[in-house]
Design a protein around this ligand. Structure first.
Ligand code: ADP
Ligand code: MG
Length: 239
């Protein structure tokens, strides 16, 4: 569904993404991990058309290389951000409707927006001003606004950051439901290995913009290169 071929992005002297190729299949939950500064968020920014780059990206059988962000969004690619980005002056229901208005197909769909609001578990907060939501509520809202665009693929950037164990469990259920019940393909960047090993079918590890390895999570987390460069020996010992 998403084919990334020989992707390279330089910021001046810095090579943030270095000849990276990978493929996400329809229906997958696909994980990306790697140290801070590895280039993970930059990969999202390239897929969504925020920067120019070398290489080629195909989505759903179409070459989307170089398309502007709004056209890529219309093809059905949605994302969330590491830090929840919301409109604090709107309420929950309005925010999800804004997502719907910028939707991939058909534009504003009030019925679908409300279904999504319920799906992410925010129906009781529908008239709450978004600025007053707690962190988990803000995360659910950001995911809801992305889903309201009716994406084929949803790219989550460190959705668990700052969450406690029960919030992580809650978000994991939500992510699995989005994949299985809504049929949305998911890419997830995450630091918590437990989350990745439980949720994903394929795990890509990158470091300094380059692929270290890419395979099933149980193979990746036992790969000596990954243990050395990212997980550390303590991870191997704790297992
Ligand atoms: N817009 C930008 N301009 C210059 N450097 C950037 C920009 N965005 C990211 N970088 C740099 O690219 C590298 C990769 O960043 P990023 O993709 O955010 O890493 P990650 O998400 O894996 O932590 C870092 O060294 C970061 O400082
Ligand atoms: Mg990042």
């Amino acid at each position: 569904m998403l084919k990334v071929k020989n992707l390279t992005k330089k910021f001046g002297e810095l090579i943030a993404v270095n000849d990276l190729s990978f493929e996400v299949k329809k229906g997958q939950v696909y994980g990306i991990a790697g140290p801070n500064g590895a280039g993970k968020s930059t990969v999202y920014n390239l897929i969504t058309g925020n920067y120019s780059y070398e290489g080629k990206i195909e989505f759903d059988g179409h070459d989307i290389t170089g398309l502007p962000p709004y056209r890529i969004a219309k093809r059905g690619i949605a994302r969330t951000f590491q830090v929840p980005e919301i409109f604090p002056s709107l309420n929950v229901q309005e925010t999800i409707r804004v997502g719907s208005r910028f939707g991939a197909r058909g534009g504003l769909d009030l019925k679908h927006s409300d279904e999504i609001m319920n799906f992410v578990g925010l129906e009781e907060d529908r008239l709450q001003h978004t600025g007053l939501l707690n962190l988990l509520g803000k995360k659910k809202l950001m995911i809801g606004a992305a889903l309201a665009t009716k994406p084929k693929i949803l790219m989550l950037d460190e959705p668990m950051a700052g969450s406690n164990a029960s919030e992580i469990a809650d978000l994991m259920v939500l992510i699995r439901n989005i994949n299985q019940q809504l049929g949305v393909t998911i890419i997830i960047i995450e630091h918590f290995m437990k989350v990745l090993t439980e949720l994903t079918e394929t795990l890509l590890i990158i470091e300094s913009g380059s692929m270290i390895c890419c395979d099933k999570p149980e193979i990746v987390t036992n790969d000596p290169r990954v243990i050395e460069s990212y997980l550390g020996d303590s991870y191997a010992e704790d297992k």
